[in-house]
Design a protein around this ligand. Structure first.
Ligand code: ACM
Length: 415
C-alpha cells in the first residue's frame, strides 16, 4: 500500500512537472484569453497524496485525473486540451494555501479542483476570493459558507442527516454518542445533528473530539462500554476512521446493538480497514459504489481499468469525477471565447448532468449541488447495501441550521 502510494506520488508529480514544462507561455492575469492559450486550458489538482487524509484524497486525485484524461481523449473542450497541474499539499492546511497561491498566481490555472477537509478548504478560500478564481470542492461538508469563488459538489448536512437521523432514532433509539475529529466540520455537523435530535426528543450522552490523525481509541471504547449508547454518530476523518472501526471490532462491540452511524466512512476507508471491521455500521451519502445505473457502471468500470481492479469508488470520488464534467459543460457554454473564472462561474449556474448517483444540478443561488441522499449498511465484503434512497434529488440548504441566514448569488443575507 505504501509503495503504491509512493509510486503514484512519483507518477503524479511527474505529470505535474510535464505540464509545467509544457507551459512556457507568459500568462497575462488580466486577460481572460490568457487562460486558454495555445489551445490548452490549465487547471489545478490539489489533493493530499501524503499525510493523514491521503487515505481518501489520493482517490480524489485519481477520479479527477481520470475525468480529465477522458475529456482530452474525446477531443478536449471546444478543441482545447485540459492540462492538469498536480500539487501535493500533504494534509496540511498551510501547505494547501501555499500550493493554491502557486496554482492561481504562478501557474495561472483557471480553476482548481481540490481538498477533503474543511480545514484545508477554509485555508485556501482567501486565495480564491482575493484572486477571484474558482475552487471546485467535491467533499461533504458542514455548510455555513457562502462564496462566489467555490463550487460545492459534495453534500451539506441537510442532504446527509435529514433522512438519516430520524431513521436511526426510530430503528435504534434515542441515546446518542457523538465522536468527531477536532475541527470545524465535525463540530458544525454535530450542531445540526443535535438540532434534529432535540426535535425528536433524543439525548446526547457524550460529545467528544479527538485530534486529526488520532489512532488510539481505547478510552473512547471504554466510555462506549460504560455508556451503552444506542447510536455512535461518527464524524472522525482520514486514518482515524480506520483506527476507530478496528478498535471497536477488536473490543467485541456489537453493531446490531450499538452501531456507528457515519457521514465520513466510505468504501475507501472500509477497503483500508477490511470489511469485517465495518460490517453492520451505517453511512449516509448521495452515492455508493453498488448503485445500479448505467452511468455508475461506466464510472466504476473505467476507474478499475485505469487504476486497478482492486480500487473502489465512493461518495467523494464520484463528485471529484462529475465536477470535471460540469466544468466542461460550463466552458463549452462559453463557446471558447471568455473562459475566465468569472465567466465559468456564471456558466455553471443551473448546469445539470446525469452523474453516477443520478441527475445533479448546480443551484444558481448558492453554487451548491442538488444530490440524491441514500442510507447504506456496510457488508463484510466491503461494499454497502443500500437500505433507503430519497425519491427525489434534494436541494442543498447550506444554512439550514441558521434559519435567519441565506446564501444568495449576491452573498450572505441576514433576515
Ligand atoms: C470535511 O472536513 N468536510 C469532511
Amino acid at each position: 500500500m505504501k509503495s503504491n502510494r509512493r509510486s503514484f506520488l512519483k507518477a503524479t508529480a511527474a505529470f505535474g512537472t510535464v505540464s509545467l514544462v509544457g507551459f512556457p507561455h507568459i500568462w497575462n492575469k488580466n486577460s481572460s484569453l490568457a487562460y486558454a492559450a495555445d489551445g490548452e486550458i490549465k487547471v489545478g489538482v490539489l489533493f493530499s497524496l501524503t499525510g493523514t487524509t491521503a487515505i481518501i484524497e489520493e482517490s480524489l486525485n485519481k477520479a479527477t485525473i481520470m475525468a480529465i484524461e477522458e475529456i482530452n481523449a474525446a477531443g478536449g473542450i471546444n478543441g482545447r486540451k485540459l492540462v492538469p497541474v498536480v500539487e501535493d499539499p500533504a494534509s496540511d492546511p498551510a501547505t494547501f494555501a501555499e500550493k493554491a497561491r502557486k496554482l492561481v498566481l504562478s501557474d495561472k490555472c483557471v480553476s482548481v479542483f481540490g481538498s477533503y477537509t474543511s480545514a484545508s478548504r477554509k485555508a485556501v478560500l482567501p486565495v480564491f476570493e482575493k484572486q477571484n478564481n474558482l475552487y471546485w470542492y467535491p467533499t461533504l461538508y458542514e455548510g455555513r459558507e457562502c462564496s462566489k469563488n467555490v463550487i460545492y459538489t459534495g453534500a451539506v448536512p441537510n442532504q446527509q442527516q435529514d433522512d438519516f437521523v430520524p431513521w436511526l432514532v426510530e430503528k435504534f433509539g434515542k441515546r446518542w454518542y457523538l465522536i468527531g475529529s477536532n475541527y470545524i466540520y465535525p463540530k458544525e455537523e454535530n450542531n445540526y445533528c443535535k438540532k434534529l435530535l432535540a426535535e425528536l426528543g433524543a439525548e446526547v450522552v457524550a460529545e467528544e473530539y479527538v485530534p486529526l490523525g488520532h489512532s488510539e481509541f481505547s478510552s473512547v471504547i471504554n466510555k462506549l462500554k460504560a455508556e451503552k449508547p444506542n447510536v455512535i454518530f461518527s464524524t472522525v476523518v482520514g486514518d482515524s476512521v480506520v483506527a476507530l472501526h478496528r478498535q471497536y471490532h477488536a473490543a467485541g462491540l456489537d453493531p446490531e446493538k450499538m452501531p456507528m452511524a457515519s457521514l465520513t466512512t466510505s468504501e475507501n476507508e472500509v477497503a483500508a480497514m477490511g470489511g469485517e471491521a465495518a460490517a453492520g455500521h451505517f453511512t449516509s451519502a448521495p452515492y455508493f459504489m453498488v448503485w445500479d445505473s448505467p452511468e455508475n457502471h461506466k464510472f466504476v468500470d473505467a476507474y478499475k481499468k485505469r487504476w486497478g481492479g482492486d480500487k473502489v469508488t465512493h461518495f467523494v470520488s464520484e463528485p471529484s469525477y462529475f465536477q470535471i464534467y460540469l466544468f466542461k459543460q460550463a466552458v463549452e457554454k462559453l463557446a471558447g471565447s471568455d473562459i475566465s473564472p468569472n465567466a465559468i462561474r456564471e456558466a455553471v449556474k443551473g448546469q445539470e448532468l446525469v452523474a453516477p448517483q443520478g441527475k445533479v444540478r448546480i443551484e444558481p443561488e448558492n453554487l451548491h449541488s442538488w444530490l440524491w441522499p441514500k442510507i447504506g449498511q456496510c457488508q463484510a465484503d466491503g461494499q454497502f447495501k443500500i437500505l433507503k434512497q430519497s425519491a427525489n434529488w434534494l436541494e442543498p440548504s447550506p444554512y439550514k441550521a441558521y434559519p435567519n441566514q441565506h446564501c444568495t448569488a449576491e452573498g450572505l443575507k441576514q433576515s
